[in-house]
Design a binder for this molecule. Structure first.
Ligand SMILES: Cc1ncc(COP(=O)(O)O)c(C=O)c1O
Length: 340
């Protein structure tokens, strides 16, 4: 797997790369992307340069993961598929999108795309966007197109020893300006600025405060801290996305008898946390060991963080009976299944 920034040369090969931090994602030759009802070759999954969403950020998307079953066999599990598709349609509703496919169509299309690519561990990206037709800020005259791609994305934020975060100078978008409950492409301009700032300053990730100075979330993850044995995360009303991993962690914690609070967190409280971590579909559970050059706790991965991370990794692979309700089993065709 190539690493480092995309080069012209890499783009000229018949493999298409998208860069996320230092991780290169490849959707290569022979792979399939679902576009408006059919599976097409990845090379042919193209959009017009005058696509409305490209100019005005009028798209919504999801990030879902599929994990190789931890119980052997030839299958994989898509984690919380129905919850992700529900959020996909909620985001579309907020942007008044007339999606031509129903809930079950999208669920089936996601499963078909995973199977068609034979990837037992993959990241799944469904996107709906106002398409090519009429330019101008009003998106409504344009058709809404839908696409689903999958790729191998092992480590969104690497560093198993824990990551170092900075509190960004960019404030998280505010609900009075943008609908923060929608997982919209537009929101990620704010995320991208924060992440660029963090990377350029030598950190792994940015934590953003809301306009009232309280912790909102990271560029693509929710934020948790542990103080005096209590697990805390900010409420969605402070600007946090209703993350599905966030909800998963809260539910696991309750089953484990860990005290949880969904409440506002100030910047200085983060500095005084005993433990802190980020959650997200792409990142999983990522321990934070330093914030703004201050050690979190003793600077190592916290005990509760380690415990939750271990359980989470079992849950997503079907190794924890208590949460199998969250898994959608996908049987891979043994002739096409690859083990990326
Ligand atoms: C801004 C933002 N916050 C939080 C999350 C975590 O959400 P989830 O756990 O549903 O992936 C994401 C990832 O999608 C995100 O982009």
């Amino acid at each position: 797997m190539p690493r480092g920034p995309c080069t012209l040369q890499s783009l000229q090969t018949k493999v298409y790369f998208a860069c996320y931090g230092s991780i290169v994602v490849s959707v290569g030759k022979g792979m399939k992307i679902w576009m408006n009802g059919s599976l097409v070759d990845a090379e042919d999954a193209k959009v017009h340069v005058l696509t409305h969403a490209l100019h005005y950020a009028t798209g919504i998307f999801e990030g879902i993961r599929c994990y190789e079953s931890g119980g052997g066999g030839n299958g994989s599990y898509i984690f919380r598929l129905h919850d992700h598709v529900k959020r996909f349609f909620s985001s579309a509703k907020i942007y008044m999108m007339d999606v031509q496919y129903g809930f079950d169509d999208i669920v089936d299309a996601i499963i078909d795309t995973v199977k068609a690519n034979g990837m037992r561990n993959c990241y799944i990206r469904p996107i709906a966007y106002y398409s090519y037709g009429r330019m101008g800020v009003n998106p409504l005259p344009n058709k809404v197109d839908v696409a689903i791609a999958v790729w191998k994305w092992d480590e969104y934020l690497s560093a198993e020893q824990g990551i170092r975060c900075m509190v960004s100078s960019w404030r998280r978008i505010d609900a009075r300006t943008m609908p923060v409950g929608a997982k919209a492409t537009a929101n990620y301009a704010n995320s991208a600025l924060a992440r660029i700032e963090a990377l350029k300053n030598g950190f792994d990730e940015a934590i953003m405060l809301n306009i009232n100075g309280m912790v909102a979330e990271a560029s693509a993850e929710n934020v948790f801290m542990v103080r005096d044995g209590v697990l805390c995360t900010p409420p969605t009303t402070d600007g946090a996305l209703a993350g599905i991993t966030r909800d998963t962690v809260l539910q696991i914690a309750k089953h484990e008898g860990i005290m949880c609070e969904v409440r506002s967190i100030s910047r200085d409280e983060l500095y005084l946390a005993d433990e802190a971590f980020l959650t997200g579909t792409a990142a999983g559970i990522k321990p934070i060991v330093m914030i703004d050059n201050r050690k979190v706790g003793d600077g190592g991965v916290g005990v509760i963080t380690k415990r939750l991370k271990g359980i989470y990794e079992d849950v997503v692979r079907g190794r924890d009976e208590r949460f199998v309700k969250w898994l959608t089993y996908v049987e891979m065709d043994s002739s096409t299944a690859t083990k990326p």
